[in-house]
Design a protein around this ligand. Structure first.
Ligand SMILES: *[C@@H]1O[C@H](CO)[C@@H](O)[C@H](O)[C@H]1NC(C)=O
Ligand SMILES: *[C@@H]1O[C@H](CO)[C@@H](O)[C@H](O)[C@H]1NC(C)=O
Ligand SMILES: *[C@@H]1O[C@H](CO)[C@@H](O)[C@H](O)[C@H]1NC(C)=O
Ligand SMILES: *[C@@H]1O[C@H](CO)[C@@H](O)[C@H](O)[C@H]1NC(C)=O
Length: 382
């Protein structure tokens, strides 16, 4: 499907024809843990599970803006002015309360949350999803010793069916195979109690903790992978990634994390560093250096805000630095809880109300309108 579509593209035909591919391929995971790099990134052969058109099938390369960043999107304010706004959810740190190689879960969940926020046009309380739930229940996706972005989406859609909000189960940085810090004392088994729970008062006052069975949660509608190997040219892959980011939101990416350890800002551009994949991040946009004309990706890491450029880094585009231009994974949200049925403090009596996500690929006139407005320098979201 991908290749045919690209051929059509190359001939300058049919750019408006939507690709509808449906993949549901699962590979075998060979997850061995590298002694040096504890965040082994392994996608097996998972290609995705989707039917909606991929944004690169309806957005031409020439239509895409030179720069775009979900951290700064022109938005119409109530008073009619256009103002830059961030549609990214909060920056995370995977390594506290103790070291944990869960970059893959952070990248996967941050982008899923971002896409909910984008769909809601930033309205309402930002929705944070439980990464600890993935560590407790999503063993097929990974652990503190590495994992996979796309398998996280596969786990949520195919295995679990949902992911709880973070207030059900905060991040503890522990998994079944971690003995770091306080992890030996943490029960990370996949039980209802470890999906969502609360406690009603101090134990000495007779308090107990109980599981919550109906919890605020979100689902995955579709997910997929852009693989460099499926595209004829690197530029085609880059176009697909940019179109995905512009139309639907940030995307998960993998790279070699080694060279980033001492990054302190600027456009990372070291071609001597290895390109094998040891780390996962999310790309939120791209830019172009006015002097050098060099294009770069704007990428969110999960090492806290004190690292890099407030937790982000920029990396040169177009030469596969650190192996970042080889494989990206995306997911669209399905339903997410917007109004809970109020629970009692002790967690009794619960049940929620949902909203359903509308994939921009289902109504591309909205994306086209945004693209036009962007080109005209007007607010993109109004
Ligand atoms: C999610 O995190 C953001 C940023 O810390 C916070 O403002 C928001 O209240 C959180 N949302 C929920 C539902 O806890
Ligand atoms: C997820 O939320 C929906 C409503 O938003 C609810 O109907 C469903 O029961 C919830 N799932 C779980 C496992 O709590
Ligand atoms: C980062 O800097 C430290 C010294 O501060 C050095 O020991 C280490 O090797 C450097 N890491 C990389 C990847 O260059
Ligand atoms: C991956 O790259 C690291 C350097 O970042 C290297 O030490 C390691 O041997 C490589 N692993 C594989 C499996 O190639």
């Amino acid at each position: 499907m991908t290749i045919n579509l690209l051929n059509a593209f190359a001939r300058g035909l049919l750019w408006w024809v939507f690709a509808t591919g449906s993949f549901s391929v699962t590979g075998t995971a060979t997850t061995s843990v590298s002694p040096l790099y504890s965040e082994l990134i392994d996608d097996g052969h998972v290609k995705g599970d989707y039917t909606k058109p991929l944004p690169y099938s309806y957005i031409r390369p020439s239509d895409l803006p030179e720069t775009f960043d979900w951290a700064n999107v022109l938005t119409k304010e109530r008073n009619g002015d256009d103002k830059g706004r961030s549609y990214l959810t909060r920056l995370l740190n995977q390594h506290i309360p103790q070291y944990c190689g869960s970059c893959w879960a952070h990248a996967a969940i941050s982008t899923l949350q971002d896409r909910i926020k984008i769909f809601r046009q930033g309205a309402g309380e930002e929705i944070n999803l439980s990464i600890q739930y993935i560590l407790n229940c999503g063993r097929s996706a990974g652990s503190c010793h590495g994992g996979s972005i796309v398998k996280t989406y596969q786990f949520i859609k195919e295995e679990s069916g949902f992911i709880p909000f973070e207030t059900c189960q905060p991040y503890l940085a522990c998994s079944y195979d971690s003995n770091e810090g306080f992890c030996p004392h943490v029960d990370t088994s996949c039980t209802p109690f470890n999906a969502c729970r609360t406690c009603d008062t101090f134990e000495e006052n007779g308090g107990t903790c109980r599981e919550i069975d109906i919890m605020p949660n979100a689902t995955v509608a579709e997910y997929g992978v852009y693989d460099r190997d499926d595209f004829e040219h690197l530029e085609d892959f880059i176009h697909a990634v940019k179109a995905e980011i512009f139309a639907r939101g940030p995307i998960g990416a993998v790279l070699n994390g080694h060279g980033l350890a001492n990054y302190t800002g600027g456009i990372y551009d070291d071609p001597t560093q290895p390109t094998n994949h040891t780390h996962a991040v999310s790309i939120s946009g791209w830019g172009k250096n006015a002097q050098s004309g060099k294009e770069y990706w704007i990428v969110r890491n999960s090492w806290g805000a004190y690292w890099g450029e407030m937790g982000f880094f920029r990396i040169r585009m177009g030469t596969n630095i650190l192996g970042i231009e080889e494989k990206c994974a995306w997911a669209t949200p399905g339903r997410f809880t917007t109004m809970n049925y109020p629970c009692d403090e002790d967690g009794g009596n619960c049940g929620p109300v949902t909203k359903t996500y509308l994939d921009p690929s289902e109504d591309i006139t909205i994306v086209m309108k945004r693209l036009r407005r962007y080109q005209e320098g007007r607010s993109v979201i109004s």
